[in-house]
Design a protein around this ligand. Structure first.
Ligand code: AMP
Length: 405
């Protein structure tokens, strides 16, 4: 099946060609016809599956060209980085349509966003807080919205945005088409979906809880006081070109960043305490290759689309199983393979068991060859209470080298 088979507009087909996409991904093949038909969609798809294009391409096609009707597409995202990414996708895919997309998020001044809005926005990609500010001062009016996209809704729930999101939805016309995407569907969201979606079609790609299939992942058991040494040794032995390291807290992200910088690696950190300017600089530097390592917390990194990441290292085991799937989804995007390693201490047994239940698979345990393990007993299953480390650690004989294109 090719993109031409869907009945997308000529201008959008040119945009797709310019991006170099030759065939639709499974979620695109499934969701695009429904969006084009005007159906409400309730989608669950893993990150890296091409979800953005699945809604952006048909919506751009339906908009056709610019009009002075006002904003017709509104996309809500939980983080600034995701809003930025979706906005760029609309600009790329829509570059031959003449449609204008405007990006709205907090953390920066109001002036240039207001100016952009006053010039007219066919599409707005926004985080909820700043959008509400502009609604309150009358700069943004949602009375003409025909297409509403709520993306990563479970994360909006986690971040406490649901009241804001509900206010925004109430300002959109009732007759609109709504597209709802969420990796998980906790009970709190079920009532929301009933309220906002009309006769929705569920689109689910792959099992909702499976880890990205293109990623090879492994756990590296170690004693707690050797975590940092193991991380630094992994970096030394890997000869990676691009790696994202996840930590649980902002403080840990700064500590890891400083230690990795001390090893003469080019590294930047991205987390909620860094200014918008610093976050953008870190991300742009990582994408351009200026930084080879990016240290990130979950919220800052959620959904980031960074091509060619060869490795993900979890310095801390994520507390929520969904975050594990999201983190390792940073690599192996759009069917490229990637490697994800998780440093694992005896204290992490509970979260690791939860992750393994969630993904319905056991994650292989591995040992870093050449690393000076101080407590070899850690690998002796009988020394670990109830459940243990599984089938015992295998020895890892080298990492994949080089940045994947
Ligand atoms: P997303 O899941 O929307 O974040 O997309 C993940 C990555 O896949 C992005 O880098 C897209 O540019 C890329 N992508 C999306 N659709 C296609 C396609 N049909 N062919 C090749 N790459 C794609």
């Amino acid at each position: 099946m090719t993109f031409k088979d869907f009945g997308l507009s000529e201008a959008v087909l040119r945009g797709i060609e310019a991006k170099g996409y030759t065939e639709p991904t499974p979620i695109q093949a499934e969701a695009m016809p429904l969006v084009l038909q005007g159906r409400d969609v309730m989608g669950s798809a893993q990150t890296g599956t091409g979800k953005t294009a699945a809604f952006a391409l048909p919506l751009l096609s339906k908009l056709g060209g610019p009009s002075n009707e006002g904003t017709r597409v509104l996309v809500l995202e939980p983080t600034r980085e995701l809003a930025q990414q979706v906005h760029s996708s609309f600009e790329d895919y829509g570059k031959f349509t003449g449609l204008r997309s405007v990006l709205i998020h907090g953390g920066v001044g109001y002036g240039s966003q207001r100016e952009a809005l006053l010039k007219g926005a066919d599409v707005i990609a926004a985080t909820p807080g700043r959008l509400l500010d502009f609604m309150e001062d009358g700069t943004i009016k949602l009375g003409q919205v025909k297409y509403l996209v709520l993306d990563e809704v479970d994360r909006m729930l986690d971040m406490g945005f649901l009241p804001d999101v509900s206010r925004i939805i109430k300002s959109c016309p009732k007759g609109r088409q709504t597209l709802f995407f969420s990796a998980t569907l906790p009970p709190e969201l079920e009532s929301l979906t009933k309220w906002i979606l009309t006769d929705p079609i569920a689109v689910e790609i792959g099992r909702r809880q499976s880890a990205a299939e293109t990623v090879a992942h492994a756990l590296y058991p170690v004693a707690k006081d050797q975590k940092m040494d193991l991380l630094l040794a992994m970096l030394e032995m890997t000869h990676f070109e691009s790696v994202i390291i996840f930590t649980q807290t902002k403080v840990a992200a700064d500590i890891v960043c400083a230690r990795v910088a001390g090893m003469k690696h080019k590294v930047a950190a991205i987390h909620g305490d860094r200014s918008q300017g610093e976050r953008e600089e870190a991300l742009a530097g990582f994408k351009s290759g200026k930084y080879e390592v990016l240290v990130a917390t979950d919220i800052a990194a959620r959904g980031l689309d960074i091509a060619g990441v060869t490795h993900v290292i979890n310095y801390d085991v994520p507390q929520h199983p969904e975050d594990y799937v999201h983190r390792i989804g940073r690599t192996g995007r759009a069917l490229k393979s990637g490697d994800a390693f998780t440093i694992f201490t005896a204290e992490d047994l509970d979260p690791v068991r939860k992750i393994e239940r969630y993904i319905s698979a056991q994650i292989p345990r591995q040992k870093l060859e050449g690393f000076n393990y101080l407590y070899t007993a850690l690998f002796n299953e009988s020394s670990i209470p109830a459940g243990g480390f599984g089938r015992g650690a295998r020895t890892h004989k080298g990492f994949t080298i080089g940045r994947r294109k």
